[in-house]
Write a protein that binds this ligand. Sequence first.
Ligand code: 13P
Length: 261
Amino acid sequence: MRHNRTVMVAANWKMNLKVGEASRFMHRLEEKIAIRQNVECVLAPNFLALQPISVNLDRRKFRLASQDGFYNDFGAYTGEVSMAMLHDIVHYSIIGHSDRRHKFNESDDVLAKKVQAAIRNDIIPILCVGETLQERLANETHHVLHRQLSSDTLNITSREMSVMVIAYEPVWAIGTGKTPTPEEAQEAMAFIRKQIKDLHGDRAAKYARILYGGSVKPDNARTFMELKDCDGVLVGGASLDSDQFASIHNTAYKIAQMKDL
Ligand code: 13P
């Protein structure tokens, strides 16, 4: 079990990069990213690109995540890829990204099953939570975060929760160039940590990592990673530019040194 919260920089490539392009891009990143003991760099390519990338990955620099994974291990679920199939390939699985919640209508019931399936197959969930603009304007942010966290981590033990990663991604900040103020982001992430404590206890709240995601760029990454309850970032658009992503990774290294990790 980890004794500190290593800073994480995660790249969610979403539905971008064909297999060959993803491999070439990974090699470009490899050249620009240094080995840093106290920063964990996670790449989340599409399902097809995961396997070839896993064969060539420099494991001193990168870990892999899937962008999703089905909750049953095997069976008649045409088109799905299960956590059991991902077990040998990834360390992490992004679960409940706002694309899944809002474009594919994934419910908290489904997401709770995916979280459990990941853990059952030794994959650490990166569970995404966050409010829409409408919900924020209606002052429902806490309510939404509480609902998502309590439902999606149902039946998870405190020990399991303590290795999980929660990504706070306000839906209105994803791909829009808009971001919460540092105060708003810290407030939401502190609330998330408090929820983890109330639901799963002190130890889980102390060790679970919380990431910020939503329009993270080289020029604002430090602002978020400096926050007390922020343990790293989940990057979309800027993760598809090797210079920008390498710059964010470098910022994470400086923050990790500052936080003495
Ligand atoms: P952007 O960084 O493009 O806003 O995407 C964030 C995201 O959804 C990461 O999962």
